[in-house]
Design a protein around this ligand. Structure first.
Ligand code: BES
Ligand code: MN
Ligand code: ZN
Length: 490
C-alpha cells in the first residue's frame, strides 16, 4: 500500500473514501461539521436510522454523489480519549470499509508522529489478506491500494520518519503472518530457513544456515531428537545485524516447528489441525530482525531460529529416551509433544556460548497451558529481570500487543528432576507454561534472558481487534518498540 502525507483539505481531496472518526453523535469536530454541511446535513438522521452510536470501531458509509471530491464518506466511532488509539481505529476501519474502493483519505484526530505511525501500521496491517493459495475468482482482490493522511505535511521530517517506521513494522508483521499461514507442506524447515536467509541477505545481513550434519557436529542432540521422526532435514539459521558503534547486543531466538503432530505422543486431530502455526516464534524473530535492520536501529540484533517438524516416522524419539543437550546435561524424554523446549534449549545454549549477547529473548508457541492461563489474546512473559519485564511491558503497551508477566516459581523446579538423567523435560500436571519456562532456564546460564510464550495470540481462529484470522504476526511490533527504546538509551 502506498501511503502519502498531504495538507489537502478533506473536502477537496480526490479519493474513493473519505474516512473520519467521531466520539459522539451530537458533538462533532470542526472537520466533521464541515463535511456534514457539505453532505447536506444528513448525518444525524442517518446515524439514528442505522443505530450508529459512535462506539469504537462502529462505522457507517454513504455515497457522496458529488457533494465532495471523495466518492464515499465513512464515519468511524472512536473512544475520543487516546488520539493514537483513535488513529489506529480509524485507519483499520478504512481498510474494512473498502469493498471495491482502492484509495482512502484519512482524517486523523491529531496529526503527530505517533498518530501517523499508528495509522500506517493499522492501514498496512488491516489490508492484510492471505490469498497465496486461492486461484481465479477466488483470489482476494486486495482492498485499499493507496491512502492519504490528511493534515500531514509531507516535508515534515518527523512525520515522514514515523510513516517509514509504521510501514516497516507493518510489513514485517505481515511477513510473519504470511510465514505462519503458508501450508506446512510448502513452509517446511528448509523453506523457512531459506526465507530468513534470503530476506536477510537482501538487506546485506550475514546469514548462516546449519544443516543436520552441522547440528550433529555441534552435539545438539535435543534439537535432533525432535527431528528424528521427520523425513525433512532440520535447519538452524543465524542472522546478524551489527551496526557500527552499537553498544548493546540482543539475540532473538524462535521456535520454528513447521508442523507439530505431537510425535509418538500424537495429538488428537482437533489439536493438530492448526499446528502449522508452531513456527510463529521463528516468524516473529524473523520479522523483528528484518525490521531492526530496515530501521537501522543502533543496537546489534541477532536472530536464531530452530526449524524442524515433529513427526512420527520410524526413527521418531520416544518417551523414556535420554539425550545429551549441547550444554552437556542429559534429558529424559517424557512426552514427545513437548518438543519445542528441546529445540529451544539447544538453540539458547548455542546463542549463549557462540554469540554471548547482553540479552536473549525467545518467542515460542510453547504451551497450551499458557492459553489456559491467559486466554487467546495475550502472551506469557517470563524473566527473572524486573527491569527488563517493566521495559517490555511498556514497549508492548505502545505497540498495542498484550503480554502478562508469569512467575518462574522455584517450587515447581523439582518437578523436572529425573530419576535416571539430569533432568526430565516435562513437569507435573499444573503450571505447564511455568515448568516449560523453568526447563528453558536450565540452558541459558548467566545470560540475561526472557521467554515469551505466544501460543495464544500468534494464531487466531477468527479476526479479533486489528488481528486477522490465522497468523497474526504477534510479537514483531513489541520487539521493535523494545529495541527502539533500548537504542534511545544510548
Ligand atoms: N505447540 C504446542 C503448544 C501449542 C498448543 C501451541 C496450542 C499453539 C496452540 C506444544 O509443542 C505442545 O504440544 N505442548 C504441550 C506440552 C505438554 C505435552 C507438556 C501442551 O501444551 O499440551
Ligand atoms: Mn508439541
Ligand atoms: Zn509445539
Amino acid at each position: 500500500m502506498k501511503i502519502q502525507l498531504t495538507t489537502d483539505s478533506p473536502l477537496a481531496l480526490e479519493a474513493d473514501l473519505l474516512v473520519i472518526g467521531t466520539a459522539s453523535t451530537t458533538k462533532l469536530s470542526d472537520d466533521l461539521e464541515k463535511i456534514d454541511r457539505a453532505m447536506g446535513g444528513t448525518l444525524a438522521e442517518l446515524w439514528k436510522d442505522e443505530g450508529f452510536e459512535a462506539k469504537s470501531g462502529q462505522r457507517v458509509k454513504l455515497p457522496a454523489r458529488g457533494r465532495m471530491k471523495a466518492k464515499w464518506l465513512v464515519v468511524v466511532g472512536i473512544g475520543g480519549k487516546d488520539a493514537v488509539a483513535d488513529a489506529r481505529t480509524i485507519a483499520h476501519a478504512a481498510t474494512k470499509a473498502s469493498s471495491r474502493q482502492k484509495s482512502a483519505a484519512i482524517v486523523l484526530p491529531t496529526v503527530d508522529a505517533a498518530s501517523v505511525r499508528a495509522a500506517a501500521e493499522a492501514l498496512i496491517g488491516g489490508a492484510y489478506e492471505y490469498g497465496d493459495y486461492k486461484t481465479g475468482d477466488r483470489k482476494p482482490k486486495g482492498g485499499l491500494k493507496s491512502a492519504f493522511l490528511l493534515g500531514a505535511d509531507k516535508k515534515d521530517r518527523a512525520l515522514k520518519q514515523a510513516l517509514h517506521e509504521g510501514t516497516v513494522v507493518a510489513e514485517c508483521t505481515n511477513l510473519a503472518r504470511d510465514l505462519v499461514n503458508a501450508p506446512p507442506n510448502d513452509m517446511h524447515p528448509i523453506a523457512l530457513a531459506d526465507v530468513f536467509r534470503t530476506e536477510a541477505e537482501k538487506l546485506g545481513l550475514k546469514a548462516t544456515v546449519f544443516g543436520k550434519k552441522e547440528l550433529e557436529k555441534k552435539g545438539m542432540e535435543l534439537f535432533l531428537a525432535v527431528n528424528r521422526g521427520s523425513a525433512i532435514e532440520p535447519r538452524m539459521v543465524h542472522v546478524a545485524y551489527e551496526p557500527e558503534g552499537a553498544t548493546k547486543k540482543v539475540a532473538f531466538v524462535g521456535k520454528g516447528l513447521t508442523f507439530d503432530s505431537g510425535g509418538l505422543c500424537i495429538k488428537p486431530p482437533k489439536s493438530m489441525d492448526t499446528m502449522k502455526c508452531d513456527m510463529a516464534g521463528a516468524a516473529a524473530t524473523i520479522g523483528i530482525v528484518l525490521a531492526a535492520a530496515r530501521l537501522k536501529l543502533p543496537v546489534a540484533v541477532h536472530g536464531v531460529i530452530g526449524c524442524t517438524e515433529n513427526m512420527t516416522g520410524a526413527a521418531a524419539y520416544r518417551p523414556g529416551d535420554v539425550f545429551k543437550s549441547l550444554d552437556g546435561k542429559t534429558v529424559e524424554i517424557i512426552n514427545t509433544d513437548a518438543e519445542g523446549r528441546l529445540v529451544l534449549a539447544d538453540c539458547l545454549s548455542w546463542v549463549r556460548d557462540e554469540l554471548a549477547p547482553d540479552l536473549m529473548i525467545d518467542h515460542a508457541t510453547l504451551t497450551g497451558a499458557c492459553m489456559v492461563a491467559l486466554g487467546n489474546y495475550r502472551a506469557g512473559l517470563f524473566t527473572a529481570d524486573d527491569d527488563l519485564a517493566t521495559k517490555y511491558a511498556k514497549a508492548s503497551e505502545v505497540a498495542d500487543e498484550k503480554f502478562w508477566r508469569m512467575p518462574l516459581d522455584e517450587d515447581l523446579r523439582s518437578s523436572l528432576d529425573s530419576t535416571i538423567a539430569d533432568l526430565k523435560h516435562v513437569g507435573g500436571a499444573y503450571g505447564g507454561s511455568i515448568t516449560a519456562a523453568l526447563f528453558l532456564r536450565e540452558f541459558v546460564g548467566k545470560t540475561p534472558w526472557m521467554h515469551l510464550d505466544i501460543a495464544g495470540p500468534s494464531f487466531l481462529e477468527g479476526a479479533h481487534g486489528r488481528a486477522p484470522r490465522g497468523g497474526t504476526g504477534f510479537g514483531v511490533a513489541t520487539g521493535v518498540r523494545f529495541l527502539e527504546a533500548l537504542g534511545a538509551e544510548g
